[in-house]
Structures are given as structure tokens and as C-alpha cells.
Design a protein around this ligand. Structure first.
Ligand SMILES: Cc1ncc(COP(=O)(O)O)c(C=O)c1O
Length: 396
């Protein structure tokens, strides 16, 4: 059969990370290429206990169809939880539960983008969401990044593209893939500039709770008086990604439209997951759960940073995240990054080439992403030693 795929599908180029992901099953590989939370943080006992409870006492409540906007007790608990970080969910906001935060980007693109519309993004950014925006026919335009977040003059220039971009996608906390956190000044400036040019902001915050050093910075959503911010929260990184529970927050007109598209996507998110998530938020010590995550990630990040400082050639630059799961490593000009990543893989260390995260994946890139939440401490030490030797081979 000759399958006749749509242009939208055909435009999705295979990710350069594909080869690496294909090797993920190899047990001898040191995987700095993952993006998963540390599995030892999952509250498995609680998930088992609450699953047994609900399936024993009221099975039909989770086995029947549910509401597209989500299970109301979960939405109430999630509102309380999100507002620990500031005024994220206002009384005149609407909040819905989605199947992961990835679905929010997909639905938003479907709601606001026509074929060929522009969407701005931090460059580099999370490839899952970038692909989702591309698959909806929009053109991605990247905005340069600096050590404290997006480059404001580049942003202002790109906000003036005609026709006006439909939205900008930002990850202000411990960005995937760079680990960079946007400063408070920049968050305010991004908000003001987007307000000035009438551009929506998709603020994706899956890592915000995972701060192991420095001071928390309020979300852009907390100073949104105009209804231009769509806030995406996720429980993937603080409970478990397999439950696929996330929340979209914003003004009812836009969140209502997202809900309509979500209905066509999957009718509603799995009720079982929402009930489990609600039980965990309502009855478990979330501070202790988050503290446990911060301890695990903070310790692993420290080992990775210390080992990079000891082993890497001095011309190699890398970010120093205050939270999250990722470090962005940049090789000096003239070094062939793809060759470096290829040789690392031959030496059993998997990295993700930075090109995968660019708005325009045909652009040159000197960087690669490393994850520190999944590998063991021993693997971090061993893997960085291997990479260190390679940096001395490649960098003069
Ligand atoms: C920045 C970012 N946004 C969204 C997601 C998707 O998360 P979810 O599991 O909530 O769909 C990820 C997953 O790694 C991510 O890194």
C-alpha cells in the first residue's frame, strides 16, 4: 500500500535525536539523553493505595465517561496547589485538566493558528512542543536566548513580524533544553512587550517546583491583567509522567476554545489518573515529595557540575541550572558537534544534539543537551570522564 500522507505530516522531519532514542534500550549505554524524572521519586505506594481504594469502593466513578474540563475535585486541589507560587489561577480564570501539558500546546496551536502563521519560541526549546506547533501548520521563528532568558531586543524585533505572530512559547523555569531561568525583569518585559504587540504567551512550567538553589521567581501568569497568558502546569515531573495529568489556566474564552479542541482529541483525560492526582494533592505531604525531588536532582546536578569542571576542556561552556533536569553544553566554534555526539555514542554515552531543539533545525549548532535526573551518580561520574577525554581530543 502506498500511503498518501498529508503535507503537515510530511513536513515533520525525523528528529536528529531519533538514532539516540532508538538505542535507549541498550543497558550498557550511559544515558544523558533522557528527559524523564527520576523513577525513585514516584509515589508508588500512594498510587497503589488510592487505586485500590477507588476501584474497590466506587469503580464506576472512574470507569464511566467524565467531563472534558476534568474532575472537579482535582481542579479545586490543583488551583490551591498552583497558587502556592503566586496568583496563577485567578477567580475569573478558567482551568481545565489536560492529558499532559504537551496537549495544551497542541490544542492552543489548533485554536489560534492558520496554515503558515508565525509562532515565536525561545531558541532552543522543547522539541515535543515545537513539533506539535509545526504539525499544526505554523512556522516557528526562534528568539535568541541569553544567560538570564530570552533576548529582549530580538524578541521586540520578531514581535513585529507581519502578520503578527499568534503566540510565543516560553519555559521560564529551568528551560528544556538549556536549564536557563528567565529573570524577573525579563518576565515582566516579555509580558509588557507581548501586551504591546497583542501576542499571546504560552507559559509552560513543568519544572517550576524543582528548584534546588536560588530564589523562586514568580510566573508571568501572576502579573497578567489582560488575559494574554495561557499557563501550562504539569504533574508529570512532581508525581509521575505516566498519569498524564496537567492543567491549562487562562481566561475562559481561550481555555474554553482549548477545551472544545481537547474534546475532539480525547474527550477527556483519564478519570482514574485525575482521581489519583486529586487524592495525592489533598492528602499527601507535597512539600515532602518536592523536597525529596530537590534533594535527588540537586545532588545529581552537583556531581555533574563538579565532574564537568574537573574533566572538560576549559573552552567548553555549560549552563549552571538552579533546578530542573538539564544542562546545555556548548563546544567551541570549529568543533563538529554532530561528530562529537556520534563519537560519544560509540563510547557508550548518549547525548541529544542541540539541533533537535532549534526552531529551524537546519541551522548550525555547537551545543548538546545532557540530563542529570535519570543516570545514576556512578554513571554521571563515568560518563563525564569519557566526555572529558573527548573534549580534549576535539578542542585545542
Ligand atoms: C518543557 C516541557 N513541556 C512539556 C513537557 C511535556 O510534559 P507532559 O508530560 O506534561 O506532557 C515536557 C516534557 O518533558 C517538557 O520538557
Amino acid at each position: 500500500m502506498q500511503y498518501n500522507f498529508s503535507n503537515r505530516f510530511k513536513n515533520l522531519k525525523p528528529s536528529p535525536a531519533g538514532d539516540i532514542l532508538a538505542m535507549m534500550g541498550d543497558p550498557t549505554l550511559i544515558k544523558f539523553s533522557g528527559g524523564n524524572p527520576a523513577t525513585d521519586s514516584f509515589p508508588i505506594d500512594k498510587i497503589t493505595e488510592f487505586s485500590n481504594e477507588v476501584l474497590t469502593t466506587k469503580p464506576l466513578s472512574v470507569l464511566e465517561y467524565g467531563l472534558t474540563e476534568g474532575y472537579h475535585p482535582l481542579l479545586q486541589e490543583a488551583k490551591k496547589f498552583l497558587n502556592r507560587d503566586g496568583n496563577v489561577v485567578r477567580d475569573d480564570d478558567m482551568m481545565i485538566c489536560t492529558s499532559g501539558s504537551q496537549q495544551i500546546a497542541d490544542c492552543l496551536a489548533k485554536v489560534v493558528c492558520n496554515e503558515g502563521d508565525t509562532v515565536l519560541t525561545e531558541d532552543p526549546s522543547f522539541l515535543g512542543v515545537l513539533d506539535s506547533i509545526r504539525s499544526n501548520g505554523a512556522n516557528l521563528v526562534g528568539v535568541k536566548m541569553e544567560d538570564d532568558g530570552i533576548d529582549l531586543s530580538d524578541l521586540e524585533e520578531k514581535l513585529q513580524i507581519k502578520p503578527t505572530p499568534k503566540f510565543i512559547y516560553v519555559i521560564p523555569n529551568f528551560q528544556n533544553p538549556t536549564g536557563i531561568t528567565m529573570s524577573l525583569e525579563k518576565r515582566k518585559a516579555v509580558y509588557e512587550l507581548c501586551k504591546k504587540y497583542g501576542v499571546l504567551i504560552l507559559e509552560d512550567n513543568p519544572y517550576g517546583q524543582l528548584r534546588f538553589s536560588g530564589e523562586a521567581v514568580p510566573p508571568i501568569k501572576s502579573f497578567d491583567e489582560e488575559g494574554i497568558v495561557i499557563y501550562a502546569a504539569s504533574f508529570s515531573k512532581i508525581i509521575a509522567p505516566g498519569i498524564r495529568v496537567a492543567c491549562a489556566v487562562g481566561k475562559p474564552e481561550i481555555i474554553g476554545a482549548i477545551k472544545q479542541v481537547k474534546f475532539l482529541n480525547d474527550v477527556h483525560s483519564t478519570t482514574w489518573s485525575q482521581v489519583i492526582c486529586e487524592r495525592i494533592l489533598a492528602t499527601c505531604d507535597m512539600d515532602a515529595q518536592i523536597e525529596k525531588l530537590k534533594e535527588i536532582y540537586g545532588a545529581k546536578n552537583k556531581v555533574m557540575q563538579d565532574e564537568m569542571a574537573k574533566n572538560f576542556h576549559p573552552s567548553v561552556k555549560y549552563t549552571k541550572p538552579e533546578g530542573g533536569m538539564f544542562v546545555w553544553v556548548t563546544l567551541p566554534d570549529g568543533v563538529d558537534m554532530m561528530k562529537f555526539v556520534g563519537e560519544a555514542l560509540e563510547n557508550k554515552v548518549a547525548l541529544v544534539p542541540g539541533t533537535a531543539f532549534l526552531a529551524d533545525t537546519s541551522m548550525p549548532c555547537q551545543s548538546f543537551r545532557m540530563n542529570f535526573s535519570t543516570p545514576s551518580t556512578e554513571d554521571i561520574i563515568k560518563g563525564i570522564e569519557i566526555l572529558g577525554k573527548l573534549t580534549y581530543k576535539y578542542c585545542k
